[in-house]
Design a protein around this ligand. Structure first.
Ligand SMILES: Cc1cc2nc3c(=O)[nH]c(=O)nc-3n(C[C@H](O)[C@H](O)[C@H](O)COP(=O)(O)OP(=O)(O)OC[C@H]3O[C@@H](n4cnc5c(N)ncnc54)[C@H](O)[C@@H]3O)c2cc1C
Length: 524
C-alpha cells in the first residue's frame, strides 16, 4: 500500500490511538491534555471485548490481601512464563488505577458500609475482584470512559474507520492507513502521527467458537507483525470453560464468578466431573477446567453449569447479563442447568512490549490485550486483563507525554461510513478451532499452516485478510515450535512440561520459516 493511493492525509497533532476499548480510552484520558485522536471500528463505549467483560478487575484491596499475594497468584497461573517484575508492577499499581476509574465515575459495587464489594474468582487466593452491578463491569466501565473521553477537549473520537496497515519511514512507525467503507467505494486515509498506540484487543474471532466480538480477530497483531514487530508468546490462547452452548456466534459467556459463587459443572447424568480432575474442582485454573470439559465432550458427554443450588432465585438480579442470554435461549438458570462449552476467549500473547508499553518498532506503543507485557505467561489469571490494560495505559501515557512533542495538525478525514470489512473466512476459523485449539499435535498444526497458506493465497493482497492470516500463522507456528505442554498450550504429542521455561519471541519472518519447514517436511 502506498501514499500515492490515499484519498486523504490527516496530520494528527499528538498521539493516534487505534482502539476504543478500555485500554485505548483509558490511555487517551491519562494523556489529557496531550492531544489524542482515537480511531476505532465501532462505537467507543460499546467497542471490543471490553464492553462484554462480565467479571471485573482484580486488585488487592481487601484488608487481608496484599499486592504481593496478587502477584504470586498471577505467577502461579502463568505456569513459569510470567515476567515476575511485570507481575509485581501490575499488582502494585492496581490500587491507584482503580482509584483513577473511581475518579472517572466507574460505578463499582459497594457493600452497605460504603467500601468496595470484592468478589472471588478461580485461582485467586483472596476476594479481590471489583464488579459493577454483578456481571456488568465491562459495559459500565466502557460507557463511563467513553462519556468522559467525549467530554475531554484534548480527545477526538473517530469511529467507523478500519485500519489495515502501518506506514513506516526508515523503520519507524509514522502513520496508519485506514479505510472507511468497503469494496470499490472504500476510501483510504493515511493518519500520520508522532506517536501511534495500538489498543486493538485480541484474536478470539479467528476461532469458530469464541466469546469475543467478531471485531477481535488479531488485526493489530497482524499489522504490527507485517511491519516487522517482535511478537511474544502468540501460541498461548486461553479458552473459557463456560461459554453458553446455544449455537450463537459469538457464544455468550457464563462468567467465572458463577463458579466463584459455588456453581458446579455436571454432565447429562448430573455427575460432577471436576471432582476427579483437580483438588480445587470448578475453581481449578481455567485451562484445567476448559480441557476437562473438552475431554468430557470428546468422550460423548454433554456439559452443564448448574447454578440452581448455589444461586437459584437470585440469578436474575445478581447476574443480569447471563440471565438475559439464557432466557433468550429458553433456559431458566435459576431452575435449569446451563449448557456450556469451552470457547476461545483471551490471547495471552501479543505484540512484545516493555514496561513503558513500547513495542520493538520506534513510534509504536501497545496496550491492552494486543500487547504481550509478560504479565500473563502461559495462562492469564481471571480479571487481570482489564487491569493490565489500565496499568499499561497509564504507563504508556506517561511515556508519550514525556517523550513526544505535539505538532500542528491538519486535514479532515472523509465522513466515516458504517464499519464493514471482510470477515475471517469460515475455513480459517474452523481450522483454528479444530487444529489449534485446546489440544494440539504436530500433524494438526501442520495442516492448519497449510489451510492458512491457502486462505492467504486465495485472498490476494487484501490487507485485512493478511492481518488475520498473519496473526493465525504466528499462533500456529509458535504452537508447532513449542514441543511441550504448559498453561494454555497443550500438545497431546508432548504432554510433559519442559524443565526450562522460555518465552517465545518471534517475527512474522520466523513464523513463515516454520511454516515453510513444516511444508517441506510434509512433502518429504
Ligand atoms: C465475554 C468476555 C468477558 C470478559 N470478562 C473479563 C473480566 O471480567 N475481566 C477481565 O479482566 N477481562 C475480561 N475479559 C477480557 C477483557 O475484556 C479484554 O481482554 C479487554 O477488554 C481487552 O481490552 P482492549 O481495550 O485491549 O481491547 P478491546 O476492548 O477488544 O478493544 C479493541 C478495539 O480495537 C478496535 N480495533 C481492532 N482492530 C481494528 C482495526 N483494524 N481497525 C479499527 N479498529 C480496530 C476495536 O474496534 C475496539 O475498539 C473478557 C472478555 C470477553 C470476551
Amino acid at each position: 500500500m502506498s501514499t500515492t493511493h490515499v484519498d486523504s492525509i490527516i496530520e494528527c497533532k499528538g498521539a493516534l490511538i487505534l482502539g476504543a476499548g478500555i485500554a485505548g480510552l483509558f490511555t487517551a484520558l491519562k494523556l489529557a491534555p496531550f492531544p489524542v485522536t482515537v480511531l476505532a471500528g465501532t462505537r467507543p463505549g460499546l467497542s471490543g471485548s471490553s464492553a462484554w467483560a462480565q467479571g471485573g478487575i482484580a486488585a488487592a484491596l481487601g484488608s487481608d490481601d496484599t499486592w504481593q499475594e496478587h502477584a504470586a497468584d498471577t505467577l502461579t497461573a502463568g505456569a513459569g512464563l510470567c515476567d515476575p517484575a511485570i507481575a509485581a508492577l501490575v499488582a502494585r499499581e492496581a490500587h491507584a488505577r482503580i482509584e483513577d476509574l473511581l475518579a472517572y465515575g466507574a460505578p463499582f459495587d459497594r457493600k452497605p458500609d460504603g467500601t468496595l464489594a470484592l468478589g472471588r474468582e478461580a485461582a485467586h487466593s483472596h476476594k479481590r475482584i471489583v464488579h459493577v452491578k454483578g456481571d456488568r463491569a465491562g459495559a459500565e466501565i466502557s460507557r463511563t470512559l467513553a462519556e468522559r473521553a467525549l467530554a475531554t477537549p484534548s480527545i477526538t473520537l473517530r469511529e467507523g474507520f478500519h485500519a489495515v496497515e502501518l506506514a513506516l519511514e526508515d523503520g519507524r512507525v509514522t502513520g496508519l492507513f485506514a479505510r472507511t467503507g468497503y469494496g470499490p467505494q472504500a476510501r483510504l486515509v493515511l493518519f500520520r502521527a508522532p506517536a501511534i498506540v495500538f489498543a486493538t484487543g485480541g484474536l478470539g474471532a479467528l476461532y469458530a467458537v469464541t466469546t469475543n466480538p467478531l471485531e477481535s480477530r488479531g488485526e493489530g497483531l497482524g499489522m504490527a507483525a507485517r511491519a516487522g514487530a517482535i511478537i511474544s508468546d502468540p501460541e498461548f490462547v486461553q479458552f473459557h470453560p463456560t461459554a453458553i452452548d446455544i449455537g450463537r456466534d459469538p457464544a455468550p459467556l457464563a462468567t467465572e464468578a458463577l463458579r466463584g459463587e459455588g456453581a458446579i459443572l455436571v454432565d447429562e447424568t448430573g455427575r460432577r466431573f471436576m471432582l476427579d480432575v483437580h483438588p480445587d474442582a470448578e475453581l481449578a485454573p481455567r485451562d484445567v477446567v476448559a480441557r476437562a470439559l473438552h475431554r468430557e465432550r470428546a468422550a460423548g458427554h454433554k456439559t452443564y453449569l448448574d447454578c440452581t443450588k448455589a444461586i437459584g432465585a437470585a440469578f436474575a438480579q445478581r447476574f443480569p447479563t447471563v440471565h438475559g442470554a439464557c432466557v433468550d435461549a429458553g433456559i431458566d438458570p435459576a431452575t435449569q442447568p446451563i449448557p456450556v462449552a469451552p470457547a476461545a476467549h483471551y490471547h495471552m500473547g501479543g505484540i512484545a512490549s516493555d514496561e513503558r508499553a513500547r513495542s520493538s518498532l520506534g513510534g509504536l506503543w501497545v496496550v491492552g490485550e494486543c500487547a504481550a507485557t509478560g504479565l500473563h505467561g502461559a495462562n492469564r489469571l481471571a480479571s487481570n486483563s482489564l487491569l493490565e490494560g489500565i496499568v499499561f495505559g497509564a504507563r504508556c501515557a506517561d511515556d508519550i507525554a514525556a517523550s513526544v512533542v505535539p505538532r500542528p495538525g491538519h486535514g479532515n478525514p472523509p465522513a466515516p461510513e458504517r464499519f464493514a470489512s471482510p470477515a475471517p473466512p469460515h475455513v480459517l476459523r474452523d481450522a483454528m478451532t479444530r487444529l489449534v485449539g485446546l489440544e494440539r499435535d504436530e500433524a494438526g498444526l501442520r495442516e492448519a499452516l497449510s489451510v492458512i497458506a491457502n486462505v492467504e493465497r486465495a485472498g490476494g493482497n487484501e490487507p485485512a485478510l493478511l492481518n488475520m492470516t498473519s496473526a493465525a500463522k504466528l499462533v500456529t507456528a509458535a504452537a508447532l515450535a513449542r514441543t511441550e505442554s504448559r498453561g494454555g498450550h497443550c500438545r497431546s504429542d508432548f504432554p510433559a512440561t519442559a524443565a526450562e521455561a522460555k518465552r517465545t519471541f518471534m517475527t512474522l519472518a520466523d513464523a513463515d520459516a516454520i511454516a515453510q519447514n513444516a511444508k517441506a517436511a510434509q512433502a518429504a
